[in-house]
Design a protein around this ligand. Sequence first.
Ligand code: ZN
Length: 429
Amino acid sequence: MCCNTRVTDLALVERVLAAVDACADEIVDFTSALVRIPTVNPPGDHYTECVDLIGAQLASCGFDVDYIAAEGRPEHTPAHPRVNVIGRRPGRTARPTVHLNGHFDVVPEGAGWTMDPFGGIVRDGRIYGRGACDMKAGIAAALYAAEALRRAGVRPNGSVEVSGTVDEESGGFAGVAYLAAQKRLSTEHVDYVIIPEPLNVDRVCIGHRGVYWFELETRGRTAHGSMPFLGVSAIDHMALVIDRIQRELVPSLTGRSTAMPVVPDEARHATLNINGIAGGQPVDGIQTPCVADICRAVFDRRFLAEEVFDGVRSEIQSLMARATRDVPGLQVALRDLMVVLPVQTPGGSPLVGSLERHIQQVLGRPAVQVASPGTYDHKHVDRIGGIKHCVAYGPGILDLAHQPDEWCRVEDLVNATKVLALTVLDLLT
Ligand SMILES: [Zn+2]
């Protein structure tokens, strides 16, 4: 009996893998079609076209399709509507539900491309274009993983959902956060979430570090630029604060390590980046001789699961206090812009175990557990939706995300689709 079951399962697995292979061209074509829609965010261009394409494909694959506009969100405007789509295919039983989610917004193409960033070009076994890697290939893998199960004649015990959502690149508030707040992507309906972000085809991503974006503002006193000694330069004071951050804070951040398997290795520590700085007159405007009376800079502090947020902020505050004490006339104020706490999939999650087994089965090499250097929609699934069993797993090479000539290897795309299909099958059997 045991042997029979095993043979039956193996036959089923072979059928599913063959179904993925049989639709490989469709997976590539669908990815290319998604890349050809320039869903650039900001500002959120062509979202309607893209959500309609994903919805139509889901419908043609037998899903019940819901379009969910982010009503009430300020960024959901007539010029740039924020609409998400969820396809649901009920199984024999309502639960468990496995939900595969991908964001369809992409970052601006930037400079340095050697080909059309929105051409969806397939060449030498790669799909090129902005979003090919991050993460339109992932959406195609998710959709065709579910479709391969259908074509293989699988009628699972639970349900499978595939969603395409907006605005991940700008925080996901009208996308996954909205669906979670509406209880559409929450424990009320969903048990497992896989986000096929490009973390490499053999890696399972179990979470990310915390994020603290804050602004520092220095205030001085303006004066004639020919007599700067009569004023107080807010820019000079910001320079002193930044210098202090570089000398007193950054080495200590670099010295802190997390037990989470964050990649690349350098990101296994706490880090700090300056997002932007502005003070005095706009440098491309007409210049007048004035001492800058205000300077603002925005900082991006990534903190570790082992750090406590209050400590992260008070570290900045005490550095500001020391600077104020040591420099006569220095005035600096702190403003919080965004806080994202670290998230981590629980140890022993069946989702992780299943993905690892099927990565080994499909690729013939062991899976690697990683954590992401940057945040992604996992945080909303966990904190708003309450769903703990959430990971990122998808095709595409992490380092290529947001780069010029971004690409995704077709072989990785097909293999990730196989891994996802077998994992969904496993979780719903
Ligand atoms: Zn992404």
